[in-house]
Design a protein around this ligand. Structure first.
Ligand code: ASP
Length: 315
C-alpha cells in the first residue's frame, strides 16, 4: 500500500494488521525514552491547510517516535498567502524528497490529487467533508482495546453528519469490522442517500438505548453556508447527549474538538463512560502504525514488530 486516501483503500485484514501493530507500539509510548529507529532517515512532510490540534500533533509525534525527520508546513505564513496553488506548493516541497506527505485541506478529493503530483506516499488527514481515514482507524482501535471486538456492536453516530468527514470514514470502518451503524440527526444534517453506505438513518434519539456505542459529532460551523438548525439551543434540546440520554452500559466517543453544551453536556464529557481521552492517545500509536505500514511495512515483509523485554524488534 502506497497511499492511505480513504478507508476503502483497506480491507479488514489490513485494518487488523495495522491495529495489531498500533497495539505493539503502545509499549514504546510508555517507555521513558520514547523512540525507536524504525523510520530513521525517512522524511515526513505535514501539509496542513486547515486547523488541527490532535491530528497534526499526533502525526508529528508518531513520526518523531519512529525517528523520521519531520517538516511541518502550515498554510498561514507560507507562500499560499501570496497565491501559490496547492499543486505548486506540493511540487515545490517535493524537491525536499519527502517519503510521505500527510495532507489536510478543505477540498474534497484534494489528497487524491496530491498523490498524483508527488512521487511521495500520501496520507489523507482530512479532505473537506469527504474522509478522515486515520480518525476512523484510531476509533476502531479505541473500541477494540475497550470492548475487544466490533463484531455485533450497535454504534450510533449522532449529529452533523452532512459536514463531517469522520462520519463517512467511520461508517465504512465500523461496518467493515462487523458493527451495525445508525446515523442520527435532523434531516437537514444527514446527506441524502447516506443509507447507500449500508447504515440505518434515524431522526430522533428515541431508540438510542439500543446503542452499545454513542459517537457524537461536532456541529461544523466552518463548513455551513446556510442555517441548518433553528438555533443551537433547540438543536441541543433534541440531539444533545447528556446524562439522561446516555445509558449506564453505553460508551461515548467524540473526535474532538467538542462544543461543550451543544452536542455533549459537560457531565458526559467528564464521565468514565467517555473514551475521548483514549481516542486522543490512540491517535499517536495508530498513526505510528500507519506510517510504519506505508514506509516500512512492505520492506519488512509486513510482519508486525514484536515486543520483547528489551524493547521492540524489527526483524
Ligand atoms: N477533528 C475532526 C476533523 O478534523 C472532527 C471535527 O473537526 O469535528 O474532521
Amino acid at each position: 500500500m502506497r497511499h492511505l486516501l480513504s478507508i476503502e483503500d483497506l480491507d479488514r485484514a489490513d485494518v487488523e494488521r495495522i491495529l495489531d501493530r498500533a497495539r505493539a507500539f503502545t509499549e514504546v509510548s510508555e517507555r521513558e525514552i520514547k523512540k525507536v529507529p524504525a523510520l530513521r532517515g525517512r522524511r515526513v512532510l505535514n501539509l496542513f491547510y486547515e486547523a488541527s490540534t490532535r491530528t497534526r500533533s499526533s502525526f508529528e509525534l508518531a513520526a518523531k517516535t519512529l525517528s523520521a525527520e519531520v517538516i511541518n508546513f502550515v498554510s498561514s505564513g507560507s507562500s499560499v498567502e501570496k497565491g501559490e496553488s496547492l499543486k505548486d506548493t506540493v511540487q515545490t516541497l517535493s524537491a525536499y524528497r519527502p517519503d510521505l506527505i500527510v495532507v489536510r485541506t478543505p477540498h474534497v478529493g484534494a489528497a487524491g490529487l496530491v498523490a498524483r503530483w508527488t512521487p511521495a506516499g500520501v496520507v489523507n488527514a482530512g479532505d473537506g467533508k469527504h474522509e478522515h481515514p486515520t480518525q476512523a482507524l484510531l476509533d476502531v482501535h479505541t473500541l477494540r482495546e475497550r470492548l475487544g471486538t466490533l463484531d455485533g456492536l450497535d454504534i450510533w453516530i449522532v449529529g452533523d453528519v452532512l459536514h463531517s468527514r469522520v462520519a463517512r470514514s467511520n461508517v465504512l470502518a465500523f461496518q467493515m469490522m462487523g458493527a451495525r451503524v445508525t446515523v442520527c440527526g435532523p434531516p437537514t444534517l444527514i446527506p441524502r442517500g447516506f443509507e447507500a453506505l449500508g447504515c440505518a438513518v434515524e431522526h430522533t434519539l428515541d431508540r438510542l438505548g439500543e446503542a452499545d456505542v454513542v459517537y457524537a459529532l461536532r456541529m461544523q460551523h466552518e463548513r455551513m453556508t446556510d442555517s441548518f438548525v433553528p438555533s443551537l439551543r433547540e438543536y441541543a434540546a433534541v440531539y444533545q447527549i447528556d446524562g439522561r440520554r446516555l445509558g449506564p452500559r453505553q460508551v461515548l466517543m467524540h473526535p474532538g474538538p467538542v462544543n461543550r453544551g451543544v452536542e455533549l453536556s459537560a457531565e458526559v464529557i467528564d464521565s468514565p463512560q467517555a473514551l475521548i481521552g483514549q481516542q486522543v492517545a490512540a491517535g499517536v500509536v495508530v498513526r505510528m502504525a500507519v506510517l510504519y505500514e506505508l514506509l516500512a511495512g512492505r520492506a519488512s515483509g509486513d510482519r508486525a514488530p514484536t515486543t520483547r523485554a528489551g524493547g521492540m524488534e524489527y526483524a
